[in-house]
Write a protein that binds this ligand. Structure first.
Ligand code: UGA
Length: 433
């Protein structure tokens, strides 16, 4: 099939490439000429495991092209909208400028029988509004929310947990056309749910709200654990054995960040308020607050361990990305903590295996190390804020020879406390005294 994907960020670039890899003819479109140039040259503009190889191999088939020219979209029959919906600058709601611009940009190339498929995360009510805008061209609109995780984007795109189509016409041709696009995944038995527009929009934000709530729940428990001398990791293991609860997304630490969970829960709560049902989602404000409090808690722990002030103290920060296997620092707890400690006068040096360049772009005033060892050299406190495998595997004996003081603060509760203590380190986690 001939497809276009509008917006070539983490979501769109991977979607375009994955769809071409399974046999479709795909044009990836973005207004950012630099990004398009790099993608067309087979160079991923962001770090995503497995994406470089998939991009190069798929470009070689000739089925995948990239363009900044709107007229190049005309050959496609199905147009995916994969642009960002960031938080508005003037509030907590979603900024729909890019989605609206994408739809407006498509109108001149749409004709009878074409299908516009929204993948971006949008406030409930958006799909119907856009369907009305598209209708006069004779094209159809469906909503097909995306659930991919950064770090697993390729795998999640090729083998999603489920596929959801939101449509005003479940019996209409749009469903059959999307079934053809996703034929491979459907043949593999991946569940497909056909819903109305509102449900499809809500599925996405409800899923992210649930995940955020789960993380804030365990972080709230970590606060109580700290107050009572309990261990939140053991608590999570124990409650996680109950299959109704499950152990995943119960890792306490500096909390969630990234380009999705934080802005999605704020936009969802805001949308509920607009609908006159703010009370229903008021708990999401609390989820947000618990999450942000974890960053303060970590800064307080560092300060406490350094005798009450971080000013002038050498602190190694291990991690900048919002999670491992990503170079994304959007709303990253790790980068926020490095910035705050720097702001408090600490001599902060940060290291991340992939996210230094993205961090440097937004925080050029911070100091970055070229290696983990360089960050550790002379550190009076070592703070792990992103649980990269490289940091989990750090050898406490070797690290001890580099630092000035054996003080490790595990902001992701990802280290083996016993091993670090056995090597003479003072270990602190969150909720893990
Ligand atoms: C999230 C969802 O998991 C995806 O399903 C969704 O498609 C995506 O948002 C989106 O809306 O586009 P992502 O932002 O890539 O994916 O990252 P997650 O793996 O969900 O992690 C989010 C944050 O939660 C990270 O900062 C991570 O460190 C943190 N986290 C996760 C915890 O603090 N504790 C946990 O136990 C798990």
């Amino acid at each position: 099939m001939r497809l276009s994907v509008i917006g070539c960020g983490y979501l769109g670039a991977v979607h375009a490439t994955a769809m071409a890899s399974i046999g479709h003819e795909v044009v990836g479109f973005d207004v950012d000429a630099d990004k398009i140039g790099r993608l067309a040259a087979g160079e991923a503009p962001f770090f995503e495991p497995g994406f470089d190889e998939l991009l190069r191999d798929t470009l070689a088939t000739g089925r995948l092209t990239f363009s900044t020219e709107p007229s190049d979209l005309a050959a496609a029959q199905v147009h995916f909208i994969a642009v960002g919906t960031p938080q508005r600058e003037d509030g907590d709601g979603a900024d729909l400028r890019f989605v609206d611009a994408a739809v407006q940009g498509l109108l001149p190339v749409l004709s009878e029988g074409d299908v516009v498929v929204g993948k971006s995360t949008v406030p409930v009510g958006t799909a119907q509004r856009l369907a009305d805008i598209v209708a006069p061209t004779g094209a159809l609109l469906l909503w097909n929310p995306e659930f991919l995780r950064e770090g697993f984007a390729v795998q999640d795109t090729l083998e999603p947990d489920r596929i959801v189509y939101g449509t005003a016409d479940p019996e209409g041709p749009g469903v059959a056309i999307l079934d053809e696009v996703y034929a491979k995944a459907l043949a593999a038995g991946i569940p497909r749910l056909v819903t109305d527009f509102s449900t499809s929009e809500l599925v996405k934000v409800a899923a992210n709200a649930f995940l955020a709530t789960k993380i804030s729940f365990i972080n709230a428990m970590s606060e109580i654990a700290d107050a009572t001398g309990a261990d939140v990791t053991q608590l999570a293991d124990a409650i996680g054995h109950d299959v109704r609860i499950g152990r995943r997304f119960l890792n306490a630490g500096v909390g969630f960040g990234g380009g999705c969970l934080p802005k999605d829960i704020r936009a969802f709560a805001t949308r509920a308020e607009e609908l006159g049902h703010g009370r229903a989602l008021r708990f999401l404000r609390e989820v947000d607050e618990i999450n942000l409090r974890q960053r303060n808690r970590l800064v307080d722990v560092v300060s406490e361990e350094l005798g009450g002030s971080v000013a002038g103290r050498r602190i190694a920060i291990l991690g900048l990305a919002f999670k491992p296997n990503s170079d994304d620092t959007r709303d990253s707890p790790a980068l926020d903590i490095a910035t705050r400690l720097h702001g408090l006068g600490a001599d902060v040096i940060s290291y991340d295996p992939e996210a230094i360049e993205t961090a440097r772009r937004v925080r050029p005033h911070l100091t970055y190390a070229r290696t983990a060892d360089e960050a550790l050299a002379g550190a009076e406190a070592t703070v792990v804020v992103t649980e990269w495998e490289q940091f989990r595997q750090l050898d406490p004996e070797t690290a001890a020879d580099l630092v000035a003081d054996r003080l490790i603060i595990d902001g992701r509760n990802c280290l083996d406390a016993g091993r670090w203590r056995a090597a003479g380190w003072s270990y602190r986690g969150l909720g893990r005294r």
